[in-house]
Design a protein around this ligand. Structure first.
Ligand SMILES: [Zn+2]
Length: 394
């Protein structure tokens, strides 16, 4: 059995969070778990969120394999029983005893996590990254989410010349002096990945914005034309700054455009001649459509697959995702990521799961005669850290 527990980790996609020293078991579950809906989701549907509804949501969150794995690994870490109450009590006590930064630093150290590449477009309002850095005790490198900027500009009611100037300047500032190491887009949550590469034409943004400002709910919604145009403009800035572009593909929370999030929808755009110099990281490697992302990383030279979200949130699928992405993607184009948020604990347990899943997937490739033991060790080192270091120039 391979053992990668000593290998360093660069988390290629995750989120900063607000420090919380003492959490109740319910708050902890809410902050960390994936899926199961939310009180806001029910309320927006006119459903009364009473104690029974809250307890149902809590139960759904605790009933995922992801959650059970996290809980068991944390129980081992703290040396307590694998119950939410025991783990949360141990966590809260450790923070009081050691101080928050030491607690977080020890957990990251146990997972050998060295760098977090964070998308600070979630949560909103944005987390102060200097403060976050001081609290987590590892290197933190941010990427800039274009949809936060787009929303600010839409809310501002400015005309196109001001809109495009502020859009371009804000991105240039972020990638220049702002310390951001790349851009991020969640257009898959908005209008979908079927972006026409010709959307960069000089007039598309202006016409779409003017129609949007004048439409007042009448006629066709021009927002997709505008978002597609802005996405293509962002690609050009990435090329200018030689910065990677993270594009959300595949599953997300319940608001994702699930039918329009498949990596295959990006094919026209990715192979468009004007955009071939851009380095794209397909965030979540399109899970559950991850084979499509692996294929794109094979036939196009500037595509990276980030296995976050499927790993850890799809639980035991981690080993299968890695195996299926590696069916086509070059080993040097696959990066570990977690997409976790909320508190230091899931960063640690996700790293454990990533290493376990890699050991299982690469072990099978050794058995089947595709890799030697040395090559598997090297592949794990690349996927866990070195490929992301190369992509981000760390
Ligand atoms: Zn994310």
């Amino acid at each position: 059995m391979l053992d990668f527990s000593d290998l360093p980790v660069v988390d290629a996609h995750c989120h900063p969070y607000r420090r919380a020293d003492a959490l109740s078991p319910e708050e902890w579950v809410d902050a960390l778990a994936f899926g199961g809906g939310s009180p806001a989701y029910l309320r927006e549907g006119g459903i009364d969120v009473d104690a029974a509804a809250r307890s149902l949501l809590g139960r759904l969150k605790r009933d995922t394999l992801y959650f059970r794995f996290m809980l068991r690994r944390l129980a081992e870490y703290f040396g307590v029983e694998a119950t939410v109450d025991a783990v949360v009590a141990a966590r809260n006590q450790a923070i009081v005893r050691d101080g928050y930064a030491a607690y977080a630093g020890r957990l990251h150290g146990a997972g050998r996590i060295e760098t977090l590449i964070v998308d600070d477009g979630y949560p909103l309002p944005q987390i102060n990254l200097d403060q976050f850095r001081a609290e987590v005790g590892v290197e933190v490198l941010p990427v800039f989410r274009i949809e936060v900027l787009i929303q600010d500009l839409l809310d501002d009611d400015c005309g196109w010349s001001e809109f495009q100037r502020r859009y371009d300047e804000s991105i240039a500032e972020a990638l220049g002096n702002g310390g951001y190491r790349g851009l991020k887009s969640i257009i898959a949550y908005r209008t979908g990945l079927d972006i026409d590469p010709g959307s960069r034409s000089p007039d598309q943004g202006r016409v779409a914005l003017e129609r949007l400002r004048r439409a007042r709910g009448r006629g066709e919604d021009p927002i997709k034309d505008l978002r597609d145009h802005l996405f293509c403009r962002a690609i050009e800035r990435c090329i200018d700054f030689d910065a990677p572009f993270q594009v959300h593909t595949g599953m997300g929370d319940w608001e994702v455009h699930l039918a329009a999030c498949r990596p295959a929808l990006l094919m026209e755009l990715l192979r468009y001649p004007a955009y071939r110099a851009c380095k794209f990281l397909l965030v979540h490697t399109g899970y559950p459509y991850h084979a499509e992302a692996g294929y794109l990383a094979n036939v196009l030279p500037n595509i990276w697959c980030d296995i976050s979200e499927g790993l850890p949130f799809a639980g035991n699928a981690g080993k299968r995702i890695i195996a299926e992405v590696l069916e086509m993607a070059p080993i040097s184009r696959v990066c570990y990521g977690s997409d976790v948020y909320g508190s230091p604990e899931p960063f640690y347990t996700s790293a454990l799961l990533g290493k376990q899943a890699l050991a299982q997937a690469l072990g099978e490739l050794i058995d089947d005669g595709f890799l030697s033991g040395t090559e598997a060790q090297e592949a794990a080192r690349m996927i866990l850290a070195d490929n992301a270091r190369e992509l981000y120039g760390i």
